[in-house]
Write a protein that binds this ligand. Sequence first.
Ligand code: TA6
Length: 280
Amino acid sequence: MTRAMVTTPQAEAQVYLHGAHVTHFQPRGEQPVLFMSARSRFEPGKPIRGGIPIVFPWFGKLASDPAAPMHGVARLAEWRIQSATQAGDGSVTLVLGLDTDKGTHPGWPHACELRYHVGIGSALDIALEVRNCSQQAITFEEALHTYLAVSDVRQVSIAGLAGTEYLDKTDSMSRRTQGAESIRITGETDRVYLDTKTTCVLDDPSGGRRLLVDKRGSNVTVVWNPWIAKAHAMPDFGDDEWAQMLCLETCNAADNAVTLQPGHHHEIQATIRSEPRSGE
Ligand code: TA6
């Protein structure tokens, strides 16, 4: 598979054309920020496990066609490099492109232009732009399904979602409200936080760092960890890898799906960066 290996004064990164998939981001002198499964597949028609899969145009299962690929078609498609530019400070921006049309999938016969901007500097800046090139309004779901690398998920905490309503996918999508305390991961966790625009901060004590996910154009945040049983059930995921990752996903889905009029475009954007824990 073709990938772009990018090295800048601030960081290094890898981006596969398959799914426009960022699989690696490592600021100079720091640990990798993204988790990649040692058992990930790298084959046509299969998603890459880890890094940042792009979810589009449906999140999860497609209600009208349960046989349709989970999380849509964008992460399974071959994207092309539109441009690669370097700024004065040495940071690099790649733009990848994918166009959809009536032949893309029966569940998505719409003409759209997708442009994915990947900025590699001291932070990782990613933005998915969707342009509706059809004659009718379209509605879609999307996610930058980020797998963050953590030293031990049982010790991390996530701040930024206090008081936010969420759908609990481990309990038949029941609606709940997050308490005031930071989120701790103590079992399989799969939550769709609604109507939230806030920055999330993942505190990783034994990793000695905090990972921050700031976002724009997104009203949903998903928090996911498969824990033990789900990890065992996933063929492209190591049985013990659940402790080394947490997905903090920048999304628009469910109540917050996006509707675009003809000729209009929408952008979802996330900035991912790490900083030392205070005093460390
Ligand atoms: O974003 C969380 C989630 O929707 C979970 O329900 C889980 O299925 C995860 O995505 C991974 O999905 P995948 O299709 O990559 O196995």
